[in-house]
Design a binder for this molecule. Structure first.
Ligand SMILES: [Zn+2]
Length: 237
């Protein structure tokens, strides 16, 4: 599964889990959790992609640690991480017990790119748009807010991981992205999701600038209404 699907699946699964547990997992974490297992791409060639970070032997202890330290929030985030394994399991295979059993790959292998994969990714993206409207997360991109700023983190990960992955395999990205109909749809999905996140970051920046201006103004106002003192610092009654 591509990053679009992973990000959208984790948003749906981890947000729904958080809702069940009465915690509100921030949107940027919900979108990020599902792409964490592919962070191994940042560490190539030291870690081979799709090995340790896609194995339950590594992921289960991570889930336990996150849940232990961050409670319900950590558990909801972990569900997002686990959704990555499910996504890869459906369209390909995952090395379930790597490195203990290096040949433990299992999966439905529906194919990537394939019609099934495209439906799973674009379907999830559509559901994210509906869910984000329903739970109010859409506000992060329609008005300036502090909470919009961290959307830059999943945006950065989506863009850099795509570039690194393509660079590593010497894939001419622009050519590959539109080479088949299934890929073209997926590519457009990536562009749309990145665009939405970029708008969110801009709203965060608007909040930041507005907030700074406001603070400067209140500082000016308070200094101009300060009581006048004489030379010895005496404040007249
Ligand atoms: Zn993966």
């Amino acid at each position: 599964m591509f990053l679009l699907g992973h990000s959208c699946w984790s948003y749906l699964f981890s947000k729904a889990t958080g809702r069940e547990l009465n915690v509100n997992l921030p949107a940027y974490l919900a979108l990020l959790s599902g792409i964490l297992p592919d962070f191994d791409i940042y560490f190539q060639p030291y870690i081979v992609h799709h090995t340790y970070t896609h194995s339950l032997i590594v992921i289960v202890p991570v889930v336990i640690v996150l849940t232990y330290f961050f409670g319900r929030l950590g558990f909801a985030f972990s569900i997002g991480i686990l959704s990555h394994l499910l996504g890869d399991f459906l369209v390909g295979t995952i090395p379930l017990l790597y490195p203990l059993f290096p040949n433990s790959d299992i999966g439905l292998n529906l194919g990537i790119p394939s019609l099934a994969d495209t439906v799973l990714e674009i379907g999830a993206f559509t559901l994210v748009l509906v869910y984000a409207y329903w739970n109010g997360d859409y506000k992060l991109i329609v008005k300036p807010s502090r909470e919009s700023l961290p959307l830059g983190i999943p945006l950065f990960a989506l863009v850099t991981l795509t570039l690194l992955f393509a660079g590593d395999r010497s894939i001419p990205l622009a050519e590959f992205a539109f080479s088949r109909r299934a890929l073209t749809v997926i590519t457009l999905g990536h562009i749309l999701l990145s665009g939405i996140l970029a708008i969110g970051v801009l709203q965060g920046l608007r909040w930041f600038l507005g907030n700074r201006r406001m603070r400067q103004k209140t500082r000016r106002d308070t200094s101009s209404v300060q009581p006048r003192t004489d030379q010895r610092g005496y404040v007249p009654p």
